[in-house]
Each structure stands twice: as structure tokens, then as C-alpha cells.
Ligand binder design. Sequence first.
Ligand code: BGC
Length: 590
Amino acid sequence: MNKLRERVGRLRPQRLLAGAAAVAVVGAGVSLISSGAAVAAPGCSVAYSANSWGSGFTASIDITNAGDPITSWTLEFDYAGNQAGGSAWGGTLTQTGKHVKIVNAAYNGSLATGAKTNVGFNGTYSGTNANPTSFTLNGVACNGGTNPSPTPTVEPTVEPTVEPTPQPGTHLDNPYAGAKWYVNPDWSAKAAAEPGGSAISNQPTAVWLDTIAAINAPAGSGYTTSLRGHLDNALAQNATLAQFVIYNLPGRDCAALASNGELGPTEINRYKTDYIDPIAAIQADPKYASIRIVNIVEIDSLPNLVTNAGSAAGSTEACRTMLANGNYSTGIAYALSKLRAAGSNTYNYIDAAHHGWLGWDSNFAPAATLFAETAKKATGGVNTVDGFITNTANYSALSEPFVKIGTTVNGTTVRQSKWLDWNQYTDELTFAQAFRNQLVSAGFNSNIGMLIDTSRNGWGGSARPTAASTSNDLNTFVDASRIDRRIHAGNWCNQSGAGIGERPKAAPASGIDAYTWIKPPGESDGSSSLIPTGPNNPGGKGFDRMCDPTYTGNDRNGNSLSGALPNAPVSGAWFSAQFRQLLANAHPAL
Ligand code: BGC
């Protein structure tokens, strides 16, 4: 879990979100116009879905313009209960009593005939969170909603736009849209036991299958719940989406020492038969067909082959070995094939590091090319890939409002600052959106979506800048203006000052399938000193000095202090002090 840097890149155009496949059935807004008319007049269809967790919810609304092109829109609907919407993305929300109005954002006011856009927001409620069923767009009633509208009495002149309710058997464009996400009770209990932890303990987090033993969790293995146990829990929660991290490659974590795995560099056959095959067999059980099973595939591995397996500073012998023997890409291609073939309800997202790793031109396109070459080796090729995830092993800020890539100080680009060191991106969101386009150019399907891990990149609290610095000195300006408070963007271990980031949320921005918590907040990245194999280190995890607060760094972090918290346990173990800091520095605040 680290990064490397390099120079010069180019931003690519961003696509508009292809729209989340939602749970709703959508009617045709033009279905009642008089016979013989061409596509004309106002018309709309709306699909509303909500992911509720007891007192709050995330709503996602797909709006399709089924009438003439429009240049602005106002969506209106009424809640039956006491739901209160918060600030929206993709529009501006105002609410009077039960009546909600959402006006388009600057970028999505213009909708051609048939064009779709998505808006969403977080809300609160008590009691029942019934979905609204009638909507108007620019004052005209939209057919559809979360229930099918009654059959029109007048013959439709235009084919209805129908998005069928996803059935088991449907492979969705964005599995997160409209899903109820599984909350891992094991993580939840640890979070809830911390002071203030109940503010987030009901949030969904991923389950890491980080050894073969994690699959069946036998007694004495240290795992509380098996893969089947988690899937059974998910059924009991009526969850429709559960997230698992596939993390056990031969020669794992080749550029660092904190998350070395159980399989040696050549143990590719054990990876296939003892690890991937049993996972795929369990995920293929028809009992779990109602759960969208998201597999996050092998954090850090392919990015390490891009930057840390050659002769560049920071490269390691272990990464060169894994590049030469091909077992990272063989293993990943095998995982993609088997897991995707387990059912139409399984989804693969490959790790794509983060902007402070792949955001330089020398890494950006080569990474996309390597990812595509790897996926093409899978049975099913690029069709086995639903998308990519960034920021799981890191803390990069989601957005940098005061340090944008075009920002200059006294005529000098911020790219020249020590912090950015010629990176093409200043934050995760712009990186993820641009990298999505690069991946499509490299051969992935145009509907792939990105995930951004926001479990620990909030950077709130009193140290958070509230305005751009007024300094004319480039480095002072960047360092005082940036949201990300790390000492260096290459620092990755238990970062001091970090906070909980955006809450898990489907389809939050163009090209992004979800903000999600894959690294469970409160689980250590690595021990701050050597912990011998034994009760406090049953897996024999190594000690990486990037987790030692006294370490003054290496080529990969500009020879800076590590910024790590002291007294950390081994990677994956509960780190109470870190969890408390994350709560205190949450942004948005809890
Ligand atoms: C560790 C894993 C752990 C994961 C989630 C990784 O750094 O190596 O063992 O499951 O973090 O906390």
C-alpha cells in the first residue's frame, strides 16, 4: 500500500453517468399524447430508489426526459411520511413540509429527448420510509415511479421507456443503485463499542477474505464469520448487496511489508484451487441469488507492477519477481473469470490505486493498458469487469475545492508544487473520472463504473482549510489550501489527522457507481513497530517502517516523515485510537 510518482499527463473528457439501473418500473411520459403526434410535448419518467438504514437514507432518482428537449427542469414530489431531504447532488433540493422540489444543476439542465440524468441526496426519517410514487417534471406528471403506473387508457404513440425491476438473473450496470447494502455485524460491533461509534456503526463495510481460512472461518482461525455466514447474515438483513475483498495473491503486497500474505510468489495453484474456487462455489449458490455480490479484486497488486517492478526509485525485488513470473496477472485473470461466472449477480471491481500513485502520465495510461491486458486473459475478457476502485489503501481527499489542477499562484501552476510534484490530478474524484475514460480507451466496456473508498479521507476537524490561502508562495499556498493534511501523498499507513469521509452512497457523481467503505474504519494498516508472530500477530505480518511515526521516509514518499499514528497493531487488527480520531475528524461531520 504505497505509491510512486512520475511526470506529465493529460486530462481526458468525462462522460456523463449512464444512469443507475434502479429498482423502479418506469412508465412513458408521452404515453397519453394524441394519436399520430411525433415525439413532442412534455413528458418524463422517473425511477426513485432509496437505501435506508433505520433513521437515514440515500435516495437516487433517475429522470428521463421523454418529451421535447428541455434546457432546465424542476422535479417535484411529495413524501407520505416525515422524510426530510438534505442537500442534493445533481440538483438543488428545497422542501416545504412534505413537498420536495429539485432544480437541475448547471451541468444537467439540458436533456435531449430520451436523455437521462440522476440526482440524489441523503435524508432522515422515522417510522416508515415509503418511496414517493408520483412526480412532476416542469409541472407535467411523469408516469412511473417506484410502482408501475396504471395502464394508460389512450393508446400510446411512442414505445414506453421501461426499465424492468431487476430480477435475480439480471446483471446490472450499477449494482449499488437502489440496493440495500450489507452491514457486517462483526465490524459494526467493534465500531459501536467505541465512544460515539454508534454514529457510524450501522454503515455498510466490506468483508476482507484475506486468507484461505477467512472463507470457512474454522474455530481457532481468528475469523468470527465465514463467507457463507456473511451471505446468510445479508439475507437475514434483507440486504441486496454485499461487498467482499479478494486479497490473497501469491507474493501479496510486494512493495510493502505490512500486508504480506500467506502464499509465496509461486503458489498460484493454491490461489486458484484453495482460494478462488471455493469462494466462487459459495457465491454461485442459488440461495444467494438475490444478493448482488461485489468482489473487490486484489488491492495494490497491478498498480505495483506498473510502478514498483522496474528500475524506478522505490521498486522492489519482490515486485520484479511478481512481474516476471506473471502470477499477479494470472491470478487476477483467474479470479475475474471464476467469480464472474459464479452468477449474473456477481460483480468484479479491480483495484486502481489512487491519484497519488497513478495520476502521473508515466503511470496513468500504462496502468490502464496493463489492466486491460490482464482482463483480456480472463474467460469472458473485459466483460468480466464491472469497474474499478480507487483509494482503498489510501487517504486521498475526494475533492480539493481550493487546489484545482488549473489553479496558479503568481502565474505558476500548482502542479509544480512539492505536494503535487507534477501530478495531473489534485484529488480522487477528478482522477477516478478521468481514469474511467482511460480504461474505456484501453478496451474496457463504456459502461464501467468507478468506486471511491471514502472510509478515511474526510479530513475534517479544526485543521481543515475553509478558504484558499492568500499566500503568493507556491508551496505555502498549496500546503495551506489543501484539504488533504498528509505530510506527503505517498504516505499510506494509519495517517494522523484523517477522518471518516463521505458516507456510502450510490451513483454520487458522473461515472462513479458508489462511494463505499472498503477499508473498514478502525482497522490498522500496519504495526508501528515489529510485533513478533504470536497472539498479537497470528498471521506473521511484517513491519513496514512507513507505519513507524519516527521514520523519515524513502524515495516513495519524498523522504518525508511517515505521518503514521503511534502504537498501531498489525494490519487488519482493531486500532481504537485511530477509530476515535477518524470519528473526531469526520467530514461531512457526523
Ligand atoms: C490487511 C488485511 C485486512 C485489511 C482490512 C489489510 O491491510 O492486510 O489483513 O483484512 O487490511 O483491514
